[in-house]
Design a protein around this ligand. Sequence first.
Ligand code: NAP
Ligand code: FER
Length: 341
Amino acid sequence: MSTDTSTRIKSRQVELKSRPDGVPIKANFQMGEVRLTPIVDGEILVQNEWMSVDPYMRGRMNDSASYVKPFQIGKPLEGGCVGKVIESLNADFGVGDYVLGSLGWREKWKSTGEGVSIVDPKLATLQTYLSTLGMTGMTAWAGLTRVAKVKPGSTVFVSAASGAVGSIVCQIAKALDCRVIGSAGKAKKIAWLREKAQVDEVFNYNETDDLTAELGSLAPDGIDVYFDNVGGEHLEAALDHMNNHGVIVSCGMISTYNATEPVPAPRNLFKIIGKRIRLEGMLVFDFLDQRDTFLKDMSGWIQSGAIVWEETITEGLENAPAAFIGLFTGDNMGKSLVRLG
Ligand code: NAP
Ligand code: FER
């Protein structure tokens, strides 16, 4: 094979420059460029069109053990992406096919096709495969229907309620005849939750100095399911108002991801005993074998108009770090996505 770099394919990428200390900053990222060798038999070359930024990526920026290995300094970050096959030496993929992969944060990537799936741009817009019909939609569906096993008539409290996961949790719960309480941190998110997502009770946690009292006033009959995206004070407030035998789905704890010191446990954790609360952590990847059922349920809700969603789109690979950092300052409504130029 030629080693002449002029025959190689140029691809720009976002690399981890340094590990964040607290909230990530732009200086933790750098732009890099690589030249990919030509594809060989069995491989495809993909040009990314969309990439996802997700809170879990903050964990991968730390050098600590987790369900997945940390990002490496000087190497590109990774994450959900949708792109177009521009070269193929693999019979399962044709040039022009759109595919879902896990090598975001770069312009182009090669693959043997393992873990890569073809998506249909006629069924939904390409970026929907990174949101409502993708990882975040499936998290909402699995957390509520499989982990919580929510029942009609339940009171469901959702934090980060206008975000990618939370906005879908709220609407699935409504579609399943639950009473829904949502919290979010900005006035326009509160308005969207009320007007577009038809959430029953909504509050802005930045406008209250007593989260527990606020939640108590909106949930006079208690909470049956708390879908926790935030942790910290939200979890403490929910524990105070959970009903006996209630379920807390620990989906995420974004309020703790940038902590520089170990975060204290909820001071009222003992309440899980007397109230016989089931507090269960979840990882969406454990439910991949149920993807067909998820897609059937979700497509039905989308077609009936029961589920709508918002996207916050950032233009250009070089602006992906800003989009990612914005997750921690609440810049996004609904799913945060980056369109590659
Ligand atoms: P997202 O909600 O679309 O974006 C993050 C939102 O979190 C922000 O817009 C912000 O909204 C809120 N937030 C940020 N810092 C906060 C703080 N200190 N306190 C309260 N709220 C804060 O993100 P997403 O992708 O849907 O993820 C939501 C949660 O689900 C995250 O915790 C994530 O880690 C988790 N998750 C888990 C899995 C799994 O398999 N377990 C899969 C996907 C996602 P406000 O303006 O409302 O504050
Ligand atoms: C997430 C937050 C945390 C997530 C996964 C984790 C897939 C897992 C963390 C760990 O194993 O340490 O949003 O999404």
